[in-house]
Design a protein around this ligand. Structure first.
Ligand SMILES: C[S@@+](CC[C@H](N)C(=O)[O-])C[C@H]1O[C@@H](n2cnc3c(N)ncnc32)[C@H](O)[C@@H]1O
Length: 250
């Protein structure tokens, strides 16, 4: 594991390289080319840290309410896919201790080093980082109670294919929770082109093709529930499970 000061130096070096070289010098993330029409967000791990750790953002994530909604308990296994700086994964690691695992999954090694540093400083032995590919979460088969995405799933290219691959990493009664920006939210429109935004109806279709059904919808981040002044779009929050598995869920 790289020491903390070396991680910061590496991130600064990447940031300087990008600001000097511009977009042309930016290295693409691992995982291949996007399908036609879908823009590739080549934002570096360094830039993600700056964006994601702006102080007004954290309260708008309502992490404790998310943990309660997911029914996260000691001993469970959860994957925070597209974990970014670990805003969710670190509290998830606390919620599944003792005995559980919180997988911090991302496609940028710099972010995983950053999250590992946080976990070490916080003494979170239940957190494991996983370097994923854009279209493969690279998680152990049959291991997860919950796969969680916050503001990430729209980045996946082959969305129906991804869900089918992810299904192999879930336990039989495992759940997939997705929080995504409202398609027409003005903030979402500023950040992402139409082809990079997704609707809950699209997700329902892709989930059905993978054999999953909607078991819960939450309005934690909608309307007056979405904290103002955080620069966060309104978001829908859906939880899916394999069709027919509902009777065995917690
Ligand atoms: C908007 S950030 C959200 C970070 C975190 N979920 C949060 O809300 O604080 C999107 C994150 O997803 C990661 N990401 C993008 N595409 C991904 C993919 N296909 N698989 C895993 N992570 C991905 C990015 O590197 C980035 O860390």
């Amino acid at each position: 594991m790289m020491p903390w000061h070396a991680v910061v130096a590496r991130l600064l070096a990447v940031g300087i390289m990008l600001s000097v070289g511009g977009a042309g010098m930016a290295q693409g993330p691992p995982g291949g080319a996007p399908p036609p029409g879908v823009r590739h967000d080549n934002t570096s791990g360094f830039e993600w840290i700056r964006r994601l750790e702006r102080p007004e953002r954290l309260p708008a994530l309502k992490v404790d309410e998310v943990i309660a909604a997911l029914g996260l308990k000691p001993g469970m296994a959860i994957a925070d896919i597209g974990c970014g700086t670990g805003a969710f994964t670190i509290p998830f690691a606390g919620a599944v201790a003792p005995g559980g695992t919180a997988f911090a999954v991302d496609i940028w090694p710099e972010l995983l080093d950053y999250v590992n540093g946080k976990a070490e400083r916080g003494g979170h032995t239940t957190l494991k980082t996983v370097l994923a590919q854009r279209d493969d979460p690279a998680l152990p088969r049959g291991s997860l109670d919950i796969a969680f995405f916050h503001d990430v799933f729209h980045n996946v290219h082959d969305r129906p294919g991804y869900l089918k691959r992810l299904a192999a990493s879930l336990k039989p009664d495992g759940r997939i929770a997705i929080v995504e920006q409202e398609f027409d939210d003005p903030i979402a429109k500023r950040w992402d082109k139409a082809e990079d935004r997704i609707t809950r109806e699209q997700v329902r279709t892709w989930m059905a093709a993978a054999g999953f059904e909607l078991v819960r919808e939450l309005d934690l981040f909608q309307g007056a529930n979405n904290p103002k002044g955080a620069g966060m779009p309104e978001r829908w929050f859906v939880i899916y499970q394999r069709a027919g598995a509902r009777s065995t869920s917690p």
